[in-house]
Design a protein around this ligand. Structure first.
Ligand SMILES: CC(C)(COP(=O)(O)OP(=O)(O)OC[C@H]1O[C@@H](n2cnc3c(N)ncnc32)[C@H](O)[C@@H]1OP(=O)(O)O)[C@@H](O)C(=O)NCCC(=O)NCCS
Length: 173
């Protein structure tokens, strides 16, 4: 069950939006990107990288947008997104992110569930991703049954020049 943020009045507090054109997606995606990623790890994409990826025909983006009283209270539209790249019967989860104040209310779970449903409907056989080994996002992926299929030592470089391993996770769907 999805929990609710304290002032949501127990109504659904977000909706998922798919099929956005790159030029409509870039603003909301960057709004979340700029808040969501810890700057220590250098994982956030800049505007130009994100725009290039969104413009590619194989890239798909799913947006979580605030709705109801929280939305009308002007707390911002975009609260999370998932970005994937589908190639034949494989899909890669490139990024998933939720703005800090909206975390642990099930937003990322809803995004990922929708990504998986949509991929299944399209005949995708496998969803995979790469993540920094010490990222708490592992809890999200384990919840959905992702298993580790690879390890790249020192793949990520933080701003302090510290290196972090990358885990490759995958799920057959
Ligand atoms: C990872 C992230 C997307 C999770 O978003 P979220 O909306 O808080 O996730 P959910 O609320 O759907 O939580 C999913 C599960 O993971 C657990 N979880 C989420 N964050 C957790 C944390 N920091 N520590 C422990 N468990 C956590 C939740 O309890 C939940 O499990 P449950 O349903 O069994 O209780 C969010 O923390 C984020 O944006 N992180 C920064 C960006 C990032 O690193 N993205 C991943 C790499 S691209």
């Amino acid at each position: 069950m999805v929990s609710q943020p304290p002032d949501s009045g127990h109504r659904p507090f977000f909706q998922l939006i798919s099929g956005l054109a790159a030029e409509d997606a870039i603003g909301p995606v960057m709004q979340v990107m700029e808040q969501a990623f810890d700057p220590r790890f250098g994982e956030a994409w800049n505007h130009s990288q994100t725009r290039s990826m969104l413009a590619m025909p194989l890239t798909r983006v799913l947006l979580a947008e605030a709705r109801g009283p929280l939305h009308s209270a002007g707390q911002g539209d975009a609260i999370g997104f998932a970005m994937t790249r589908r190639v034949a019967d494989e899909e890669e989860l490139l990024l998933i992110a939720v703005a800090p104040k909206w975390r642990q209310f099930g937003v990322a779970s809803a995004l990922l569930a929708e990504v998986i449903d949509d991929a299944q409907e399209a005949g995708v056989q496998r969803l995979h991703l790469e993540m920094r080994s010490n990222n708490s996002a592992i809890h999200l992926y384990q919840k959905f049954g992702f298993a580790q299929v690879g390890l790249r030592r020192d793949y990520y470089k933080g701003v302090d020049s510290q290196h972090y391993d990358a885990l490759t996770l995958a799920i057959d769907i």
